[in-house]
Design a protein around this ligand. Structure first.
Ligand code: HEM
Length: 148
């Protein structure tokens, strides 16, 4: 049967897989803020009106924050990451209001698809991440799909 919201707690591995995908390929791969006041950040002056970029993609692959950062390893989420090392939905007053819904939707869809189909890579068609305003797979994600 299709997965449903009530199944969430029974799908911890799928939740870790979605988190790991959001770490390696955060759709909001950078965020920015306009400074309201003077500040200093890592020794640099920040003036009112300056734009401060938060490179989420780089943060999620930082060697000081993650072990083997470029590897896909959902089990790294068996231990919750530092709150400010993993920001697929941002943080603070402007945190994504749809985060819980987005996670639930992704877990339900992935669990339902994996219970019905097998997905395998297509040689020569590896997805190519491309950053426009958001990070997305250029030309889509191509996979072979077979019924289970
Ligand atoms: C995987 C899916 C999603 C990702 C990665 C995502 C990511 C984000 C991020 C990073 C922010 C913060 C932007 C910032 O700090 O400048 C944000 C804000 C927001 N998101 Fe999402 N989002 C997702 C899904 C959704 C969904 C499903 C909804 C609505 C149902 C939603 C509604 C919003 C809204 C309204 C804001 C602005 C909140 C505010 O500024 O007060 N998002 N999202």
């Amino acid at each position: 049967r299709a997965a449903a919201a009530a199944d969430m707690e029974r799908l911890p591995l799928i939740q870790r897989i979605v988190s790991e995908a959001l770490r390696l390929y955060p759709p909001a791969a950078f965020l920015s803020r306009a400074a309201q006041a003077h500040d200093r950040l890592c020794g640099r002056e920040v003036r009112p009106g300056d734009t401060v970029m938060l490179p989420i993609y780089a943060l999620h692959r930082h060697h000081l924050l993650w072990t083997n950062p470029d590897a896909f390893d959902p089990d790294r989420f068996l231990t919750p990451p530092d709150r400010y090392a993993f920001l697929p939905f941002g943080a603070g007053p402007r945190i994504c209001i749809g985060a819980g819904f987005a996670m639930q939707e992704a877990v339900i869809i992935l669990a339902t698809l994996l219970s019905r189909f097998r997905f395998t890579a297509i040689a020569g068609r590896a997805p190519e991440p491309r950053m426009i305003l958001t990070l997305r797979p250029h030309g889509g994600v191509w996979l072979n799909v077979a019924r289970r």
